[in-house]
Design a protein around this ligand. Structure first.
Ligand code: ATP
Length: 284
């Protein structure tokens, strides 16, 4: 199985029959430290993600995964290079994208139905219509009966479902997920991963999923991108995950092809993790 592309090339979508949704062309991102020193986080990132593609990004801690997501969301602007969404240069916030972070996106003073319907209300949809649509999404994420509950009355997994419904109700073309399930216990996490796949398969959303967990990345994705250790991180490998769908994330881990992919990608990732550890050790 020769699934990896390496070297200074443009990383193209695996769903090559679909139009490009996200493009990063020659993207470099620098931050200026309080000392005035320039810190280059990302260096010349070239990446294309197709419509409907599920793409995970893995890499050592601090390499710039969240920064990459922030650039696609439009929270950050590239220092050089371009981010394009559906062929248009992104200026300001990406209106096609919704984000699910590690911490809850829910508003604690709003009920589940008010949290979930909020995105539609902000787009001018009437309360009754927004509530009707919210009920559909609340049921879809398995929270029927909890419409009137407040976030503090729910478990962490249930709050994550609210956050997902809150994002998905606006039918985003891009779903950006930053370690979204990492705070969940292992059982809730696999349930949520399977539910995410079921919902995603019914949409044409492109997903960019950041995780530290390589198994999670392989189990969910069409494609896993490995980043190098920073500073000036770049893309080291781009792996096609040609495992059959629909997938059960708990079962797919025992597939021999999964294990082979895991070994191959981990070989790449491990070297970067070791470089990152050395850097942290030397800086102490
Ligand atoms: N707004 C900012 N100002 C200055 N430096 C920043 C800013 N945002 C991120 N950085 C720096 O950029 C680097 C990459 O951070 P980022 O959060 O993107 O990495 P990451 O790969 O997501 O990390 P982790 O895996 O630990 O979550 C870090 O050195 C971080 O300190």
């Amino acid at each position: 199985m020769d699934l990896v592309k390496k070297g200074p090339i443009r990383y193209e979508p695996q769903k090559d029959d679909q139009p490009i949704m996200i493009e990063m062309a020659g993207v470099t991102k620098e931050f200026v430290k309080p000392s005035g020193e320039v810190h280059t986080v990302l260096q010349n990132i070239n990446l294309q993600i197709a419509k409907g593609e599920f793409c995970s990004i893995v890499g050592p801690t601090g390499c710039g995964k969240s920064t990459t997501l922030g650039l696609i969301a439009g929270f950050e602007q590239p220092t050089s290079g371009i981010v394009k969404i559906q062929g248009e240069t992104l200026r300001g916030i990406n209106k096609h994208a919704a984000c699910v972070f590690q911490t809850d996106n829910t508003f604690p003073w709003k009920t589940v139905i008010d949290n979930v319907s909020l995105g539609l209300r902000l787009r001018g949809v009437s309360k009754s219509e927004a509530y009707d649509e919210a009920r559909v999404w609340i049921e879809r994420v398995g929270l029927k009966g909890f419409e009137k509950h407040y976030p503090h009355q729910l478990s962490g997994g249930m709050r994550k479902r609210v956050a997902l419904a809150q994002c998905l109700i606006i039918q985003p073309q891009i779903l950006l997920m930053d370690e979204s399930f990492s705070a969940l216990d292992v059982h809730t996490r696999s349930l949520m991963e399977n539910e995410l796949l079921t919902i995603w398969e019914q949409t044409s959303a492109s997903v960019v999923f950041i995780t530290h967990d390589l198994e999670e990345a392989i189990a969910l994705s069409d494609r896993v991108i490995v980043m190098t250790a920073g500073p000036a991180a770049t893309i080291k490998g781009d792996y096609r995950i040609d495992l059959p769908r629909p997938r059960n994330v708990s079962e797919i881990r025992f597939d021999p092809d999964f294990m082979k992919l895991h070994e191959q990608i981990w070989n790449d990732l491990r070297d970067e993790v070791m470089i990152s550890y050395e850097q942290i050790y030397k800086s102490q």
